[in-house]
Design a binder for this molecule. Sequence first.
Ligand code: HEC
Length: 498
Amino acid sequence: MRNLVYSWVVILAFLSCQTKSDFKIETVDFLKLEESYLEVATVADSLDVPWGMAFFESNIIFTEIRGKVKKLNLENGEISTLLSLDSVFHQRTPGLLDIAIQKNKKKEPYVFLNYTTKEGKKVTSNLVRYTLHTDTLLDPDNLLTVKGSTGHNGSRIYIDKDDMLYWATGDAQDNERPQDSTTLNGKILRLNIDGSIPEDNPIADSYVYAWGFRNMQGLTLDKSGKIFTSEHGDAIEDEVNLIKPLRNYGWPLVEGMVDTESEISKTKGLDIEEPIRSWTPVIAPAGLSYYDSGSIPEWKNSLLLVTLKSQSLRVLTLGENNTAITDEKVFFSNRYGRIRDVLTAPNGDVYISTSNNDWNPQPGFPLTSDDRILRIRKINSSPQEYIEEDVRSDTLALDGALLYKNFCSSCHKDNGMGVPGNFPPLKNSQRVKEPSRFIDVLLHGTDGKQPIDGVMYNEPMASFSFLKDEELSAIANYVNSKFGEGNRISPEEIKKNR
Ligand code: HEC
């Protein structure tokens, strides 16, 4: 018997050595900042939309959108499945979304998951607590359920060092809820670790901490406890917000700053909190992580934001008191595809996860190695070849192709074929062929209630009336020349129909 045990120990030791030496961390890029050189390397591949990541010991515990929770051992590269959830409702954007792990418990900490489920026609979004054992998650406890939908479920969860939980919920495609402080959608919610309402919440007996949100995709806290979120705008105005208790962030009355006549009149008497940064054209922001390590000095005290549509990592430098963004640098545009989440490890390494197997891959993706988790780490050598910060083009020339690419192709695609069941094709579209109806869609959007060529699209299209007459004319002429019958629409015709 002793021999048998001994030989098992030898075999196990051999096996684990093997995995260790087999664990190849493949360098994909070197990046040069002002002073530092960083290495970008693949630490895991062939994943299925790793949506949320959290750190535990020397592991990254991550979710996959179709319902798996996995553990990536960063010492030997092994990936094991901790939990397979059969009850997850996944379709396009809903599914198993974010994960957070209790920070101040070293052994068997709580793990918080957010996922959508569906019974009959009813979709709900659930915040469920588990306990982490070595190779599994046990003892599920459903802490809180809010209305879900086939889109706009958010969400992100964050647990701070004092065991306070924050949950950034989506509006569940219901425009009434974000402004109604008695519902839990389109809100920042604050909970105790057992799911109860904290006694010091700003509204007595309510989870609600702040409201007026559409579809938040990123949530992080800085070292003093300031809360930051990233959020998808409709067709314009993606945002990063600094969250304060009892504040109203405006959706759906306002997008971005309160700066149009209609926004000013709609919000009369309401005190709206504006974003600390907004983007038009949209970038589709996703995960957000506060970075305060000295290990990459150029990034110290910044928000790391990853994006889906613009497929980049953005470093948003925080100014004095962390109440404003003073600089923005963009990296990796279109190199790794859509990026879903970002995680700062205790040692200052940064991990990002790609999202190229999701419902909306961009041209050239997914790669056969997708989805990947990439590690970004400072190195002490200076490589011969490297990439640098991306050049930003915030102003668009009057170029129909470029405008189409920026404002339309994320949904209708470069080839004008759309996405079956989600976004209609523009190629051979009857509405594109009829100038007055095409202008109407551009200026006023659609209500999503009429079938197009026999197909119902469950989302309406937003209005693009914020674009100038000349820009809309350039887009319309491009669409007509590529996908229609070549009709011309002049800026004057657009103007007449405003
Ligand atoms: C966020 C995704 C999204 C973006 C961006 C977008 N659209 Fe759409 N578009 C849709 C959806 C969804 C519909 C179908 C809406 C409906 O059924 O009411 C649609 C419908 C249309 C239609 C009607 C098609 C038909 O055959 O009836 C046209 C034309 C159109 N879009 C043009 C554009 C143009 C031009 C742009 C860029 C300025 C654009 N769209 C940007 C989502 C989008």
